[in-house]
Ligand binder design. Structure first.
Ligand code: PEP
Length: 246
């Protein structure tokens, strides 16, 4: 049985008191036993939320380096020292604005696995890629490092988030059938690389304007195991409704 996951990416939003209000609200709710609810606040708040019990806490990123002269960065070891269990890597905003490459993202994944932190690995095509019918190739190439270089044991610890870039923060959502088609394609790549046990085990989340009104339909698809939520995770009622959409 695959794990159902709903992760909220708060991005660079909310001042300290706003973040605390949302966190306390989400911590006080009860969620279905079979769904892991995760929130990814800005890094400066991670430590103060690390004792959460109802929601899990994720970083939005990590350094690919272990320590040293990397001003402004924070390491996987630091995340592990505050008991964090998850970190998002390869988000399209980091790929675009910080020019992150597949190799750099792979190095981040390795670093997280070394410290026992689950990477939430993002991939997804641009509108141009989809319009030119190149979306499967793009996603395959984004996944190629983790598919070819990780052991099956390492890969089994990863969560994948498929996030078509054209759907992130735009209000446009992939059709459930189109999203399912890509999720099933990703699972088939995992099957080719690691076999059926791992491909059936791995959770693949959908991200891109997921909200209470479309989450149920998306989550009902065979290969969609939950969501990575941006905008709608900043409102506790919306986020709770999405978590209850399975
Ligand atoms: C995201 O940034 O991961 C995301 C899915 O954002 P939104 O839900 O706002 O499209």
């Amino acid at each position: 049985m695959r794990k159902k996951i709903v992760a909220g990416n708060w991005k660079m939003n909310l001042n300290k008191s706003e973040a605390e209000i949302l966190y306390n609200d989400l911590e006080s709710k009860s969620y279905p036993d079979d769904v892991e609810a995760i929130i990814a606040p800005a890094s400066i708040y991670l430590d103060s939320f690390s004792n959460a019990s109802n929601v899990s806490i994720s970083s939005q990123d990590v350094s690919a380096n272990s320590n040293g002269a990397f001003t402004g960065e924070f390491s996987a070891e630091m995340l592990s020292s505050i008991n964090l269990r998850f970190a998002i890597v390869g988000h399209s905003e980091r790929r675009t604005f910080h020019k992150e490459t597949d190799l750099l993202i792979f190095q981040k994944v390795e670093m997280l696995l070394k410290y026992g932190i689950t990477p939430i690995f993002c991939c997804g095509e641009s509108l141009l890629d989809r319009e030119s019918k190149n979306h499967f190739n793009v996603v395959k190439s984004q996944l190629s490092q983790i598919l070819s270089k990780l052991s099956s044991e390492e890969f089994s610890k990863i969560v994948i988030a498929y996030e078509p870039v054209w759907a992130i923060g735009t209000g446009l959502t992939a059709d459930p059938e189109d999203a399912q088609e890509m999720h099933s394609f990703i699972r088939s790549l995992v099957f080719e690389a690691f076999g059926s046990e791992i491909s059936e085990l791995i959770s693949i989340l959908y991200g891109g304007s997921c909200k209470p009104s479309n989450a149920k339909e998306l989550f009902s698809m065979d290969d969609i195991d939950g969501g990575l939520i941006g905008g709608a995770s900043l409102d506790s009622e919306s986020f709770e409704a999405i978590i209850n959409s399975f």
